[in-house]
Design a protein. Structure first.
Length: 490
């Protein structure tokens, strides 16, 4: 049979993201929450699902979840509850996961994604609810030796997990990956998760389908497939692209729209593979957990959490552009994480002019941070020192190229930059007497250049300034130009 013709197609991707919250204890018990530790060392009766043990909600986890909800412009439910999701598998011994079904804590939000081409796109957030993570089943012993049974580590079981669900508003794989990166920065900024992908602290599940316009103008909608548990941005992008292409090719070749199903990603072959056809919510037999009381979020609590969140990255970016005059790209870089933004503001508070400080940090600050593989705030130069160097530049006491030299020295040993510049002979001469002497000497030695200039060869000015600059070390180029122009026009 001939292949079907695709006139055009639209990609629709929604995302489910699971974020582990970095609370001290687990979601419904006091057992320690954290990565690492001897297998099965972070468990207690509740995690083991022993009979008669009751769960107690972790208030901090609810606060962390609300922080994220607020940052995603969600509505926060005034009243929410907990539901049991039936789940029979040895990585969660209770045989159900406590989750939130019909009353999620956060809902109806949106996130403004600034795409790589600078264009803005609004991604609607359907919901963000709290639940608990499962443990880890291993079918191979750590170290790789063969075993005839599976082993389970329950350290992860019961970890607070925020599940964020977007509407299918992504229309390309790179948007999906970029959203993942922005969300990682956001949870780190909010201090609710380390967001380390390789530790499974953030896991992405794109839900993908296509609207294909066929030869007779009809729209063919492929079944939604979900790719489970992707934990790198690169895989997220490649797996989404692959799945789009797979659905498209399947329809072209067979006319099949596929079935709602779950796929995995195989990194070795670079392909998605079918895991199972998808359950409906009915299969999980959700029902309200009788052991937990509903959560009431009153205005006072919400106000307190809002104050913990403070100014969000998007608002900070906007303020850097509107009030401090930075370019949108510079503003986005400086406001990209909380520490860098705070450092930038500390330099301004110490007296640095905002634009000059931005330039200094984004050039030399970033260079030194890269060399040391450390965040800007930890390279060993205080905000006050950056402010002092910005001031030396502003007062034209040093030349632009000198700032880097001084900063390199400051990394090695802290000292006042002005004294250092003097010691290194890097202070710019802004003394008009010295400049005039140099100009006099030049005029005496080059009568021709002078007469050229007077005959109207304005272009000779550049080379005259160059000659004065060369004749004595460290002259302030702007002052040389000004004084020379004054002399020659006189
Ligand atoms: Mn989930």
């Amino acid at each position: 049979m001939a292949e079907r013709k695709v006139v055009s197609y639209k990609v629709l991707v929604g995302m489910e993201i699971h974020v582990q919250l970095s609370t001290k204890s687990k979601m419904f018990t006091g057992a320690a929450n954290g990565f690492g530790g001897e297998p099965n060392s972070q468990v207690d009766e509740q995690v083991l699902g022993l009979p008669g043990v009751l769960p107690v909600m972790n208030k901090k986890a609810v606060e962390y979840a609300i922080r994220v909800g607020l940052a995603l412009n969600c509505q926060i439910a005034k009243r929410t509850k907990w539901d049991r999701k039936s789940y029979y598998y040895p990585d969660l011994p209770k045989n159900y996961q406590i989750s939130q079904y019909d009353l999620p804590l956060c809902f109806a939000g949106n996130f403004e994604l600034i795409k790589r081409d600078g264009e803005k796109k609004t991604i609607r957030i359907r919901r963000a609810h709290l639940e608990e993570d499962a443990g880890k089943l291993m079918h191979e012993a750590p170290g790789g030796y063969a075993i005839d049974h599976s082993i389970v580590d329950l350290n992860r079981a019961g970890t607070p997990l925020l599940e964020i669900v977007t509407e299918p508003d992504f229309s390309a794989a790179d948007e999906v990956a970029q959203f993942g990166q922005e969300l990682q920065k956001l949870v780190q900024f909010l201090g609710v998760s380390d967001g380390q992908m390789q530790m499974g602290q953030m896991r992405f599940e794109p839900n993908i389908n296509l609207h294909i316009t066929d030869e007779v103008g009809q729209v063919q909608k492929t079944a939604i497939t979900e790719i489970k548990n992707l934990n790198s941005f690169s895989v997220l992008e490649r797996a989404t692209s692959y799945e789009v292409q797979r659905q498209l090719t399947a329809w072209q070749k067979t006319g099949s729209l596929g079935r709602k199903s779950t796929y995995g990603w195989d990194e070795a072959s670079g392909q998605t593979f079918l895991q199972r056809e998808k359950e409906d919510a009915d299969d999980y037999r959700y029902f309200p957990d009788p052991d937990l009381v509903p959560v009431e979020v009153d205005e006072a609590w919400l106000a307190e959490i809002k104050s913990q969140v403070g100014e969000l990255p998007a608002a900070r970016r906007k303020r850097y552009v509107d009030a401090l005059g930075l370019s949108p790209i510079d503003a986005a870089t400086l406001a990209g994480d909380r520490e860098t933004g705070d450092f930038y503001e500390a330099v301004i508070a110490a007296g640095g002019e905002p634009k000059r400080v931005s330039n200094l940090l984004l050039s030399h600050g970033r260079r030194l941070a890269n060399i040391q593989s450390k965040p800007l705030a930890e390279i060993g130069i205080s905000p006050a020192r950056f402010a002092q160097i910005a001031k030396l530049l502003e007062d034209q006491k040093i030349a632009a190229g000198t700032a880097g030299v001084l900063l390199d020295k400051l990394v090695q040993a802290d000292q006042p930059p002005e004294a250092l510049a003097a010691e290194l002979g890097l202070m710019q001469v802004s003394d008009s007497g010295a400049i005039d002497t140099a100009i006099d000497a030049l005029i005496a030695a080059n009568p021709k250049a002078l007469s050229d200039f007077k005959c109207g060869k304005q272009s000779a000015m550049g080379s005259l300034i160059g000659m004065v600059m060369k004749s004595a070390k460290g002259l302030n180029p702007k002052m040389v130009g000004d004084r020379l122009r004054e002399r020659l026009s006189g």
